[in-house]
Design a protein around this ligand. Structure first.
Ligand code: ZN
Length: 212
């Protein structure tokens, strides 16, 4: 906790001056983020840092495993859906990025078998949403031997699954149809801080910037 309060003081004394005008403007005019950025709660994946974004730029959803549940999932398991509807309908973002990453604990859990329902009922239910990713791994990635490769493949497939699920939301469908919204699948490599983007033509994750 001390680290947090020290950081707050440091921000106020060293950094805030650079942002004073921007925060005032955002406070007066409200937020107008260009992108809904859905990524993992993992402490090593910092959306604003890796995209060098400023306050007001990104509407960020962080959840365990950057999972996007299908639109049909309602109730306590789908707070991510609420964020999607708000960003797409109210904030009118122009882009949605789903960003997975290497060494994702959620993907490891998914491959290992879901956590016990008795001890972690919410986590069990949440990860179960991504069960189709596990099936893809079991059928299409049998050639991968190393655990690391399998976790990376699961992370990439999970991004594609999330993009597919995004298209199940009526608000997303509507804005894709009128051409005012774009979807992007990204993958972050922690060790090298490299970003890859899914290229629908080659069906591969390519270094960001080469995907179009
Ligand atoms: Zn993760």
């Amino acid at each position: 906790m001390e680290k947090l309060t020290e950081g707050v003081h440091k921000f106020r004394t060293d950094e805030f001056g650079n942002y004073r005008k921007l925060f005032r403007k955002l406070s007066q005019e409200g937020q107008n983020p260009h992108t809904l950025f859905i990524t993992c709660s993992d402490s090593r994946v910092l959306a604003e840092l890796i995209t060098q974004s400023k306050p007001g730029d990104l509407f960020v959803v962080k959840n365990v495993g950057n999972i996007v549940p299908p639109s049909s999932v309602v109730g306590t398991t789908n707070s991510t859906a609420a964020a999607i509807e708000f960003a797409v309908e109210t904030l009118r973002v122009s882009d949605i990025v789903v960003c997975g990453h290497t060494q994702c604990g959620a993907m490891e859990a998914l491959l290992r078998g879901l956590p016990a329902q008795a001890n972690q009922p919410h986590l069990h239910q949440w990860l179960a949403l991504a069960a189709p990713v596990r099936q893809v791994l079991q059928t299409e990635y049998t050639h991968l031997r190393s655990h690391e490769e399998r976790v990376t493949a699961a992370g990439e497939e999970n991004v594609l699954f999330a993009l597919e699920n995004l298209t199940s939301y009526p608000c997303v469908q509507q804005r894709l149809a009128d051409g005012s919204l774009r979807l992007h699948g990204w993958f972050f490599v922690i060790a090298t801080a490299e970003l890859f983007a899914f290229d629908p033509d080659s069906k591969q994750f390519l270094p960001l910037g080469m995907d179009k």
